[in-house]
Ligand binder design. Structure first.
Ligand code: SAM
Length: 331
């Protein structure tokens, strides 16, 4: 079975936001006071999520990423991981997390069937980490990374959003980290998603900045196959590196033509593109698998050819993009 959109792109990947709540308040993701939270009864239950996964798997979805908000902030997430990992057809189960709660859960997550994690880390400096996350401690995420490695949630990928004037002075430090540890550092271009991030264009930097910084520091980037298979990152090694460097440029070199993703929001809407507003609620059809599968096809049938995020923040001049912040849609 194979799910295709109206442009012939094959879709086998579903990202699921299990909560819009987070224990951090990253400046590029949500406002200082957090977000207007969805009440618990409006968030999909684990049983409901499982129905969507099962219906999707029968259509050809084989990869699942659990995200949020902070997924580990939701109660009993390990039980959801156990259930999803046993759905026939699901061959890759990953999670994006800020890592702070991994010391508590890494072992149980691995045993329940989680294959791997992406851990968000935008700085290696404790005071800056506190400023970017507004309330977090660098040492908690660094400890989470160690637990992920210890329990084999590998390849362990590090998501680093590159921001001018904030962490562009740390590119070489991150390259050195991938040299010393088997970590796959993925620089991501800052995207304007939702309406919270005023001042966007003054912090956006294209990832050619990383390539130039590496060259200047005598650490040339050599192309290598992607750790963990296909994806939007261009992957590189540096001399003597135990890990790799990934460059994900949704703005300067977008990869819409190979997009294979669908998203399920915490409130239960299927979205075909992170950027556009279009989404359809799954709740009305959850108890009718055929109708749920039809909804998957409808959502994909309407998937636009590409997003309209722009470096200057003037996105979607004709039709506006989503007003949902990243924590609500799931990154
Ligand atoms: N709480 C988890 C975490 O911190 O990884 C998962 C949710 S977070 C929304 C998922 C990913 O989205 C993170 O790696 C984060 O860096 C990324 N992200 C959030 N807002 C972004 C933005 N405006 N531009 C680029 N990446 C963004």
């Amino acid at each position: 079975m194979c799910l295709k959109d109206g442009h012939g792109r094959r879709h086998d990947y579903l990202r699921i936001s299990v909560t819009d709540r987070c224990n951090l308040r990253c400046v590029y993701c949500m406002g200082e006071e957090g977000i207007e939270q969805t009440s618990h009864e409006n968030i999909l239950s684990y049983e409901e999520i499982l129905k969507v996964v099962t219906a999707g798997a029968e259509l050809g979805i084989s990869k699942i990423r659990i995200t949020g908000g902070e997924p580990l902030a939701r109660k009993e997430l390990v039980s959801l991981i156990g259930k999803i990992s046993s759905v026939p057809g699901i061959t890759d189960l990953a999670m994006t997390t800020n890592g702070t709660l991994l010391p508590r859960y890494a072992e149980a997550l691995k045993k329940a069937g989680l294959d791997r994690v992406n851990i968000s880390l935008d700085t290696l400096q404790a005071d800056k980490y506190q400023k970017i996350t507004r309330c977090g401690k660098l040492e908690d995420t660094m400890r989470g990374i160690e637990y992920a490695l210890q329990y084999g949630l590998e390849p362990v990928k590090i998501n680093t959003v590159l921001m001018k004037g904030i962490n562009d002075d740390e590119v070489i430090d991150f390259l050195q980290l991938s040299r010393e540890k088997p970590l796959h550092i993925r620089f991501i271009e800052y995207m304007q998603i939702g309406d919270h991030d005023r001042g966007y264009s003054s912090h956006y930097l294209p990832l050619s900045f990383v390539e130039n910084a590496a060259k200047k520091a005598g650490l040339p980037l050599t192309p290598v196959p992607l750790p963990g298979g296909a994806g939007p990152a261009e992957s590189y090694s540096i001399p003597g590196g135990k890990g790799t460097i990934g460059l994900i440029h949704p703005i300067s070199k977008h990869f819409c033509d190979s997009c294979n993703r669908l998203r399920l929001t915490a409130e239960g809407s299927l979205k075909a593109c992170l950027y556009w507003q279009d989404e359809k609620p799954v709740r009305p059809v959850l108890d009718d698998k055929a109708a749920l599968q039809k909804l998957f096809r409808e959502v994909l049938g309407g998937k636009p050819i590409e997003h309209q995020m722009a470096a200057d923040g003037n996105c979607g001049s004709i039709t506006p993009g989503t007003m949902r912040g990243m924590s609500k849609t799931g990154g």
